[in-house]
Structure formats: C-alpha cells, structure tokens
Design a protein around this ligand. Sequence first.
Ligand code: PGA
Length: 235
Amino acid sequence: MTRKLFIAANWKMNPPPAGFDDRYSGFRPHAAVDVVVFPTFVDLYATLEAELETGAQCGRPEPIGPHTGDVSMAMIKAAGCSYVLCGHSDRRRDHHETDEDVRQQAETAVAAGLQPIVCVGETAEERDSGQQQEIVERQIAGMPSGIIVAYEPVWAIGNGKAASMDDAQTMHAFIRSLLPEGNSTRILYGGSMSPATAEGLLTQPDIDGGLVGTASLKPDEFKAIVEIAANVRKS
Ligand code: PGA
C-alpha cells in the first residue's frame, strides 16, 4: 500500500516565518507530498488567505461554551482548516492534557470533519526504563479511525538529536500493528527532523512523513525536507 508522504510545519508559539506566503515558498501545497502548516490561532487566517493547507495546533471537544481561551473543533473546521494536532507533548506538559482528553479531542475532530494528527511519544525516563511501547500503546488506545499519528519521542524534540532510523522504524512498525486500519494510516515522525536526518527517516518503510518544528521556522530547511520527501522511493 502506498501512503502519500505528509510533511507538516508546526510553528508552535512563533509567528509564520518571513516569506511563508511567497509564490515559491516550501509551505505551498505540493503535487507529490501533502504539505500542511500549523500556525497559532492568531495567524490562522493569514495562512488560509495565502492558500496554504492549514491546521490548528489544538482544539477543544465541546462545540461552544464557557471555556475562556479555547477554540472548538467545529470552529476550526468552520474557519477552513482540514487538520488539527491532538495531544502534542507541549500541551500534555503545559496544559496537563491526559490520554483521555486527547482521545476525546480526536473523536470530536473526526466528527467535525477534521483529520486529527494524534501525537504520541515517550519521555527519556520512560525509554530508559524500557516502557516506551507500553506508554505509546496507552496513548493510542481507543483512538477513532480516520486519524494520522505522529510519533514524537519527547527526548528528541527541539534539541537537534533525532531518534535513530532503527529506533524510529521499530516504534512506527509497533504503532502500525496497534491500529485497526494500520496499513492505510499515515504515521509521521517528529523530533529534530532536519534536511540532514530527513532522508534516512523518510525512507524507512513505516515512516510516512514528518512533523517538523525547529526546521519549519527556517523556510529553506523546510523546503529542503519537502523536496527530500518528494524524491523518496520506498523499496
Ligand atoms: P522539533 O519539533 O522539530 O523542533 O523537534 C517537533 C515538534 O515538536 O512537533
């Protein structure tokens, strides 16, 4: 089964990088790769107006109501987005989102017509004690169909130290084995993906793309990753 590669720019709490809306920017939709940007809520309309495929960095399950500062899945869909990140480790850390919160977000995202990208991944301590598969299995449990998964080992995020190809591939194959629609579900890797590490990671049989943070703030680096993805041939 061929799964179209998917490269996402997670800008986190940063403004869109200069030139994001240029005609030739690497953030533009690409014929061979799904390219999606995830700006802050205040920049969502700027990327939508620039005709970039856009997703939200988080969303709340309730459709409307007294949740100051939050935005619902239905509102994200109505704004023109197609994707939403659920359970990024930044949010599990900063907002204490639990596995059950993330499962509810994913369920309501699918119901709202969004494709959720469910982020999972163990911490350094969890890997050191050999619990990585147990943790990820718990994070994936009960997820609805129609999701994309992003495996983002917390110890590899934002520090330039991507997981090895073998460690990433092993976990991706494990995640695929847990998913009822494993063969068709895209599983992205996130954690210091860069032009230097992208090819090795993206050629692995079970790695179907990348969720890119730091390198997505550097338009040339992000464009290089998209081009690498466009040229990957899986054996
Ligand atoms: P990074 O971030 O590429 O800077 O490691 C990835 C992410 O947190 O989504």
